[in-house]
Every structure is written in structure tokens, then in C-alpha cells.
Design a protein around this ligand. Structure first.
Ligand code: SAH
Length: 339
């Protein structure tokens, strides 16, 4: 059965026309889903009973079930969602001073194979549909009775490897008659799929693009992130410059610091060279421990030195707070589960 949350408003109108229903009915349903945030067709009380029955036969609402919920000492919450097909994924809710942010997954598993990340390694199963991406937000809002203001595509999966569904989910998020989460409140993180970065630039969506860089050296980056063998640092930087040129948006480079791997002053110097004169920001992530991982977190002293060096050379660098690491909800710690 079709998942009604897979459709943006324009597509939903077309679906309604196919069902010989008026397009404004689709608008009403869209409002029930994303403004009133109901979880059943029966709550859509301005639709006739007949229409509700018709919709029930045609569409499912696909409300996720929470299989597990964990809360960190810092208030971060992690949910394990049942996708209703035998798979499960994780989503994280974080509290910032500017509001609530959600970190959504985009795939069941990941094909990228980054050595330091727990989301990969286990087999890739499938892409999430746009409705499944959106439902992570709705399910958390229902559970917590909150409104989410920021969405980061930084959970399990490579968002640009599920491009169409991610873009459609963003259209649903953005819509002024729906969730109304503006592009400026959305970040997409990628391991560096160059052609898709270019495609995204051409769309000029005004989302923040985060690039998982982690090293300035091709040999080292390829060792950490196999995708680098396909699109090396030079190609990646070219695509980033194109993104900045097209969108006028600052890029955020993510750099996870691993002890005696990429965290010494030489690395910082190389990073300055690479990013000189670019409209960008560096997000330093103390690398989080994962099961069987070979990388060890840098010392606090090194992390601060690294940041200060970048800042002294005019590159804005901040250290990402390690939210949720006690419940394995921090960067790189999410994983898909078999039921
Ligand atoms: N596939 C996308 C989306 C994942 S975002 C990407 O690679 O960007 C998750 C972020 O956490 C990425 O920047 C990723 O490189 C980083 N990350 C992965 N494992 C980590 C770890 N063990 N410690 C710190 N950061 C990690």
C-alpha cells in the first residue's frame, strides 16, 4: 500500500485527482498530517466518512512504533524505530539553546564503509522513502509533544546516495502549508559524492552542506573513507567551491580527530592550506568510540590546539559537543538493527 507521507503536496493533489477527488482535499489532508499532526485518518474530521474510508483503502499512514528509547545524561534522546518491515533504524533528538534538533537516518545501513563509523560495516539493506524520513520527525514530535525546529541528515546512511527521497523529504519539510521547516534549518552531511554535490548546488536549496572531510591527504582519507578512491580530495574541493559559488552558502567541514592519525599540527597546517579563502567553517568532532573501531579519540589538549591553530589562521573552527555518547547516540554511533 502507498505511504501517504511519501508525497509532497503537488504529488498528493495528483493522487487525489486520480481518485476523482478535488485537489483541495489533498491540501486538507496535508494540513492534518503536518500542521495538526494527527496519526489516523479518522481524526481528519473535515473529510466525509466516505472519503476517509476511501483513503484508508488507498494509503497507509505508516506511523512508526518506538521499540526502544534511551535518554542521555545531557538530555539527548535516541529512538529505535520499527519500520514495520522487519528493519529498524535509529533517530536522535538533541536540545540546543535555539531549539530542538533531530538527526534523521536516510538508509537502512550504509554502503560507504567508513572505518570509524558504526552505521556501516553491517550490510546495506535499502533506502528509506521520503515518508519514512519525515515520519522520524513526526513520531518524535508525537512522543515528546514538542515541535522540532532543525533537521540534520546525519543519522544512518549517506543522504546523497538516496538523493531523490532526501530531496523530496526536504520539499515536504519546507512546505509553507506543512511542517514549515525552512532550508536554513536543515543540514545535509555527505561523505563526498561529488556528482550529487554538484546536482544539489544547481538546485540552490539553501540548506547547509556538511562535508565529512576528516583528512587532507588522499592516502589517509582513502584508508578512512573508501569513497575517496572514487572522488578524491581535489575533486571534492572543486565541487565544494562550486556549491559555494552557486548558493553563496558557507560549507561546514567535519573533521573527526583521531589520536596519532589526523590530529597533529602538520595536519592542521595542511587543512589551512586546503581551506584557505573558502567560505567555510570547520566542525571538529572528538572521534567517538565504536565497537571494534581502530581509531582512538584525540586528547583534549590536542583538540584545543588544533582548533586554536585553525582560528589563528582565520579559519573558523568549533568543537562539536559530544551529545549522547553515553547512549551511543553521538556521531558515528548509530546503527541499523535486525528485528
Ligand atoms: N554519510 C553521511 C552522513 C553521516 S553524518 C556523512 O558521511 O557525512 C555523521 C557524521 O559523523 C559524519 O561527519 C561522519 O563522518 C561522522 N562520524 C562517523 N563516525 C564517527 C565517529 N566514530 N566519531 C565521530 N564522528 C563520526
Amino acid at each position: 500500500m502507498k505511504n501517504i507521507k511519501d508525497y509532497n503536496l503537488e504529488e498528493l493533489k495528483e493522487e487525489f485527482i486520480k481518485l476523482s477527488e478535488k485537489p483541495y482535499r489533498a491540501e486538507q489532508v496535508f494540513k492534518w498530517l503536518y500542521v495538526d499532526k494527527v496519526s489516523s485518518f479518522d481524526e481528519m474530521t473535515n473529510l466525509s466518512k466516505e472519503l476517509r474510508e476511501k483513503l484508508k483503502k488507498e494509503f497507509k499512514l505508516n506511523n512508526f512504533k518506538i521499540l526502544k528509547k534511551q535518554e542521555s545524561v545531557d538530555g539527548t534522546k535516541k529512538y529505535l524505530f520499527d519500520l514495520l518491515d522487519g528493519n529498524a533504524i535509529e533517530t536522535v533528538l538533541m536540545e540546543y539553546h535555539h531549539g530542538k534538533s533531530i538527526c534523521v537516518s536516510t538508509q537502512v545501513g550504509c554502503k560507504m564503509g567508513c572505518k570509524f563509523c558504526a552505521s556501516t560495516g553491517i550490510n546495506f539493506i535499502r533506502n528509506l522513502s521520503s515518508g519514512e524520513i519525515i515520519e522520524q520527525i513526526l513520531a518524535v514530535e508525537r512522543e515528546e509533544n514538542v515541535t522540532i525546529s532543525n533537521v540534520v541528515f546525519m543519522g544512518i546512511g549517506e543522504p546523497l546516495d538516496n538523493f531523490d527521497n532526501v530531496i523530496n523529504a526536504i520539499h515536504i519539510l519546507n512546505h509553507p502549508k506543512g511542517l514549515k521547516i525552512g532550508a536554513r534549518h536543515i543540514s545535509i552531511s555527505t561523505s563526498g559524492i561529488v556528482p550529487k554535490i554538484i546536482e544539489l548546488a544547481d538546485m540552490n536549496l539553501q540548506c547547509t552542506l556538511s562535508i565529512s572531510l576528516h583528512s587532507t591527504n588522499d592516502a589517509k582519507r582513502s584508508e578512512m573513507m573508501p569513497i575517496n578512491k572514487k572522488y578524491n580530495i581535489e575533486e571534492l574541493m572543486k565541487a565544494c567551491k562550486y556549491y559555494i559559488e552557486k548558493t553563496n552558502k558557507r560549507i561546514s567541514f567535519e573533521y573527526a580527530l583521531a589520536k596519532e592519525n589526523n590530529d597533529n599540527l602538520e595536519d592542521a597546517k595542511e587543512l589551512v592550506k586546503l581551506l584557505k579563502n573558502m567560505l567555510c567553517h570547520v566542525n571538529l568532532i572528538p572521534i567517538n568510540k565504536i565497537e571494534n573501531g581502530t581509531y582512538v579519540k584525540s586528547t583534549n589538549e590536542n583538540i584545543i590546539k588544533f582548533r586554536d591553530y585553525l582560528n589563528s589562521k582565520g579559519i573558523v573552527a568549533t568543537i562539536r559537543r559530544e551529545l549522547g555518547s553515553d547512549i551511543d547516540a553521538a556521531c558515528g554511533q548509530l546503527r541499523r538493527k535486525n528485528l
